[in-house]
Design a protein around this ligand. Structure first.
Ligand code: ZN
Length: 189
């Protein structure tokens, strides 16, 4: 406790100095502060993306683009009996777009279409700053992206994979409706 007086006397001393870091520069306030662990997890997914590649026989594939940043994600889904059995993606762009797609590709496996849509909605909530969504366990590694919600320009990057997934499901739904129609028109098949 003898140090308390010294601290009080120091008055305007840099509050960050006890962490052993160099004093913050003026730019620090505007820089991303996602937290070191989260930052690492994002970079990990970026450098070693999960499920990167192509499926032999995808049920559906969709190309998504975020022109404001130049991000691209081509997503493939293998869906059997309403469940996503496998997923692969290819893409390029910023670390947030690619890490988010990688995290998503892991999370979607084994999920039903309804669950996948729900996850997309929760992740969108999270990107719009919903703190409850950012705490949900089922969001997995995606929680590392919660800080992105503070940077509106980057939110599109984080959502690219998910928007592409929703478009793919929509496309698949349309195709299945078409198939069902053809089946009914031509009797049993
Ligand atoms: Zn981006």
């Amino acid at each position: 406790m003898s140090g308390a007086g010294d601290a009080a006397r120091a008055g305007t001393g840099a509050p960050g100095s006890e962490s052993g870091r160099p004093p913050a520069t003026g730019a620090a306030a505007g820089a991303p502060q996602l937290g070191d662990l989260y930052q690492e997890l994002i970079l990990e997914h970026y450098k070693r993306p999960r499920n990167k590649g192509e499926l032999e026989e995808p049920s559906v594939e969709m190309l998504g683009m975020n022109t404001s940043c130049g991000d691209e994600v081509k997503l493939q889904l293998l869906i059997v009996g309403g469940v996503i059995r496998d997923t692969k993606f290819q893409g390029n762009g910023c670390s947030i777009s690619q890490a988010s797609a990688s995290m998503m590709s892991d999370l979607l496996k084994g999920k039903t279409i309804a669950q996948s849509i729900e996850l997309a909605q929760r992740f969108t909530d999270m990107m719009h700053g919903d703190p409850a969504a950012a705490r949900e366990k089922r969001m997995g590694d995606l929680r590392a992206l919660a800080g992105v919600s503070q940077y509106p320009v980057r939110v599109k990057c984080a959502l690219l994979g998910w928007d592409t997934m929703l478009q793919a499901l929509k496309k698949l739904g349309g195709e299945e409706e078409g198939d069902a129609k053809r089946r009914t028109e031509s009797g049993h098949r």
